[in-house]
Write a protein that binds this ligand. Structure first.
Ligand code: ADP
Ligand code: ADP
Length: 224
């Protein structure tokens, strides 16, 4: 079963700004797929559909299950969305609390929460910053904590919007290595073509809300 299937997804922001025009896409488990295209192409809008934050016409299936109001809760546990700006995801006094927030809310036992938070912070290299305020971290560190707040729920699909935007070269390199190593299905919306070459064997190009190319990254990015 594909991790993600999108059939004929169309969406307009009220009162009529069309952002997606009949998107079809199929991603297999474990695939790392880049979503590229100019500003306004529809990348962010597409990501917001993957866990039901927006809902257009058409069909989305996650591991075969159609995304509907009934399956929304269940699907949100399988699809983790990392927003472009970490401020949208960090709101607690400490890094630890931010990463523990979702597993607490999900009602996981305290011991498991503590272990998952430790693992997630370790994965993003922030294990020594658990007691710091997220608001006093660098942007790169904030972005890693935001990623940890999603990884802690162990999603099968991870969708990231501009993960390297605003990072310095070292932060970029570290994030790239981390993303390369993740076993999850990755959907990565970005303008960072170097990152795409490093992390994603496959690239999908969006333009005007449509898929205009989809194939091996080397091929798609070399086409004029
Ligand atoms: P990206 O960096 O992904 O291209 P955008 O610059 O398109 O992001 O959008 C940044 C934010 O502004 C998003 O929250 C998006 O929903 C919002 N936004 C983008 N275009 C419009 C618009 N025409 N009207 C209102 N909000 C918009
Ligand atoms: P991208 O992420 O590729 O830059 P977006 O998904 O942000 O593209 O935007 C796709 C289209 O939808 C653009 O025309 C943008 O202006 C519009 N748009 C995005 N967010 C909003 C919004 N909140 N309200 C109205 N229009 C929006």
């Amino acid at each position: 079963t594909p991790a993600l299937e999108i059939h004929h997804l169309t969406f307009a922001y009220p009162p009529g700004q069309v952002a997606l025009r009949g998107i079809n896409l199929r991603v297999m488990p474990g695939e790392h797929v880049a979503l590229v295209g100019p500003n306004g192409a529809g990348k962010s809008t597409l990501l917001l559909h993957l866990n039901g934050l927006l809902s257009g016409d058409g069909e989305i299936r996650i591991f075969g299950t159609p995304l509907t109001p009934k399956t929304l809760q269940q699907i949100r546990r399988r699809v983790g969305l990392v927003f472009q700006s970490p401020e949208d995801q960090l709101f607690c006094p400490t890094v630890y609390e931010d990463v523990a927030y979702a597993p607490c809310y999900a009602g996981l036992p305290p011991q498991e929460i503590a272990q998952r938070v430790r693992e997630a912070l370790q994965l993003v290299g922030m294990q020594d910053h658990a007691e710091r305020s997220p608001f006093h971290l660098s942007l790169g560190e904030q972005k890693r904590v935001a990623l940890a707040t999603v990884l802690v729920m162990q999603p099968d699909i991870l969708a990231l919007d501009e993960p390297t935007a605003g990072l310095d070269p070292r932060g970029r390199r570290e994030l790239s290595l981390l993303l390369q190593s993740l076993p999850q299905t990755l959907i990565l919306a970005t303008h960072d073509l170097e990152l795409v070459r490093q992390v994603c064997p496959r690239t999908v190009v969006l333009e005007g809300g449509m898929v205009i190319a989809d194939g091996p990254t080397a091929q798609v990015l070399s086409d004029p």
